[in-house]
Design a binder for this molecule. Sequence first.
Ligand code: FE2
Ligand code: FE2
Length: 306
Amino acid sequence: MLKELKAGEKVCQAVIIRLQKVGNSSNGGVFAKGMAEDNSGRIQFIAFEKGIVNTLRNLEGPQPMMVAGAVDIVKYSQDMALQIIIQKLDPVVPADDISNLLPMGNFDKDAYLDKFNSLIGQVKTPSLHQLLMRIFSEPFLSAFLKNPAGMKMHHAYSGGLLKHTVDVAELALAMAHTVGNVDKDLVLTGALLHDIGKVKEISAAVGFPYTTEGRLLGHISISALLVKKAADEIKLPLNQLQWLEHIILSHHGEQDKGSPIACATKESFLVHYADEVNAVMNQFEDQEKHHTWVFNRMLQRYLFLD
Ligand SMILES: [Fe+2]
Ligand SMILES: [Fe+2]
C-alpha cells in the first residue's frame, strides 16, 4: 500500500500511473515524473531510465501498471515528501494482483463468506446442494468472491457480488418463511445462483469493464448457461433444472426489464422481489453524502440519504 511506504524501502505493486512531465535533466539524460496512486493514497514518482521514460511517454492517460522501485525523499522538498524512483515498469497482466486498485466495499468480507457457506449448507436437497458445490468450486469461486455486482448501478466494488448474493438469499429465505408452503431449497439455490453470470459479464479489472461475452449474452443468459452446464455434469433431474432455470431467467421480473420470461412460480417471485429490494436499498448507501436529497440515476428520482 502506497500510504505505508517509508524512505529507503523497496516497492513492487500495481498502481495507477498519472504522467505529468517528461523532460531533459541537467546532465543530458531524460526523466519522467508524475503521480502513482492506489486505494490507500498517492505518491510522486520519477524515472530516469530511457526505456521506462519511453513507456511512460506512450501511455494514453492514467493507466494501471506494475511498478518496482525504491522509495526516497524528494530532493529539495520542504515537507520531506516521498517519491518512487521507478526501476521497472510493466503493463498489468491477468495474473497480477490489482486488488489494491479496486474500490473496496465497506463490509466485512470474511463475515459474508461465512454467511455464504452457511446458506449453501442450509440447502438439504442432495442434488441441489451438489449443484451448488459443483458451481462454487475453484477457479470460479475465487472469481465470484472478488467480482463486483455492477459497474456503476449497484454493488460496484470488489466483493459486491458476494454481498449482493448473500443479502438476496437471506431476504428471499426470510420471505419464504413468512409466505409458507414454498420450496425453500429451490428459493435458496435460485437466489445463490441468480447472478453468477456476472462473473463473466463484468470484469474484475480496473473500472469493472463489461466483457465481450457480457455484452453479447448478458448475465441472465450466462447464469442460466452456467447452471445448465453444471446440472448436466451432475445429472440434475430435468424438473429440478427447469424450475431453477425459471428463477434465474425471470429474476428481473418482467420481459421489459430484461428477463426472457416473467415470474410464474412462487419461488421465482421471491427471488425477484429480494433482488429488487436489495438493489434499491443499495441506492441509499453513499459514504459521502448524508442528510440530503440526491438524484438517483437507476431509479430516476431524488432519494433522501440519511
Ligand atoms: Fe441480475
Ligand atoms: Fe441480482
